[in-house]
Design a binder for this molecule. Structure first.
Ligand code: SF4
Length: 155
């Protein structure tokens, strides 16, 4: 029951995050929770359980912006291992450089997380509108890391 309600309205967490962190940038750091969660679940042997059930952004893509999706098939390229690895490297490099340049400044580090969440969410909304509602999730760095962990654990 509670889980079903969450799977419908969990996207409010993303909206509250975007509003609160806008006015108080250190709160941008809360994004770390949602970034670590898929990895923790995968390490616990739960695969992409977080992605399928708890990720506020995944729920946002599915239940909010998914309504406007043209639902075209996702291009194979976007799901390829090479592109997913590129996305992990690209996003993590952006985090790493941003955090390094703001060391000792919680608002600055929070703004790095906030900016990347905003940019990737906007990009996700655009690409999800053109293709399937959760196209972003097929190459989202955190989802990909969770999947790679799951794959390695099965070997
Ligand atoms: S793939 Fe990324 S955005 Fe999609 S549900 Fe998983 S963590 Fe969230």
């Amino acid at each position: 029951m509670i889980k079903n309600i969450y799977k419908k309205y969990g996207f409010f967490i993303l909206i509250v995050y975007l509003i609160l962190a806008y006015f108080y940038m250190p709160l941008g750091l809360i994004a770390i929770v949602c970034m670590a969660a898929p990895i923790i679940f995968a390490l616990m042997g739960k695969g992409r359980y977080w992605c399928g059930n708890f990720c506020p952004r995944g729920i946002f893509f599915q239940n909010v912006t998914g309504r406007f999706s043209k639902k075209k098939p996702i291009p194979k390229f976007l799901k390829s291992t090479g592109f997913r690895i590129f996305m992990i490297a690209f996003i993590m490099a952006n985090f790493g450089i941003g955090v390094y340049m703001n060391l000792g400044n919680p608002a600055g580090i929070g703004s790095v997380f906030y900016r990347i969440i905003v940019i990737t969410t906007i990009f996700g909304v655009i690409i999800n509108t053109v293709y399937m509602p959760r196209t972003w999730c097929s190459f989202c760095p955190m989802g990909s890391i969770a999947q790679f962990i799951t794959f390695c654990k099965k070997k």
